[in-house]
Ligand binder design. Structure first.
Ligand code: ADP
Length: 169
């Protein structure tokens, strides 16, 4: 039985991420989506919120499990006895960074962990969480990019941000 781990920030999950999860769930017996708790970044959604969003969005995929981790991915993988990492590749611009990450993780795990890349479905190739957040912050339409319940949560976040900024002045 092969379990793959799909790590990322998922701040928040987009249709691009969900497409990779769905396809990985067909190729592997089990997929663990690992939401990275990265204290260096200031995310829009907390780890708990990102986990909750992913759980809801993948509730129809029985072999997909959502978890969170902090620290090195190889340490998390070793702890869970996982040997395959899944990452999505959108364009050539992702490649250099992803190649470096894959080789680093292989080195750190002494060759025990390999990375498998799934190329994005063309209709989602342009999607990124950061672009979606930027569009939503200006009240643009993000409904083609994320499930409706996620779009509502993103708009709510920016509404709250604007309210707290206005009450500060
Ligand atoms: P990170 O901050 O670790 O890059 P992300 O949440 O941005 O985390 O992305 C997690 C993974 O999903 C990465 O492998 C990224 O290339 C991939 N990904 C992001 N957006 C898409 C998309 N639209 N289609 C396919 N893969 C994607």
């Amino acid at each position: 039985m092969i379990t793959a781990v799909y790590p990322g920030s998922f701040d928040p999950a987009t249709y691009g991420h969900l497409d990779i999860i769905k396809r990985a769930s067909i190729s592997f017996d089990r997929v663990i989506v690992g939401v990275l708790h990265n204290s260096a970044k200031s995310p829009l959604f907390s780890v708990e919120e990102r986990v909750k969003i992913l759980k809801e969005a993948t509730k129809d995929l029985p072999n997909v499990q959502i978890d969170s981790f902090s620290g090195l991915l190889v340490d998390y993988a070793r702890e869970k006895d996982l040997h395959v990492i899944v990452r999505g590749l959108r364009a050539i611009t992702d490649f250099e960074y992803e190649l470096q990450m894959a080789q680093t993780n292989r080195m750190l795990s002494h060759g025990k962990i390999d990375t498998v890349f799934l190329t994005t479905s063309l209709e989602y190739a342009y999607l990124s969480s950061s672009a979606i957040k930027q569009i939503a912050s200006f009240d643009g339409d993000i409904t083609p990019c994320v499930p409706d319940f996620v779009a509502d949560l993103i708009y709510d976040k920016y509404r709250q941000k604007k309210l707290s900024e206005n009450s500060d002045v």
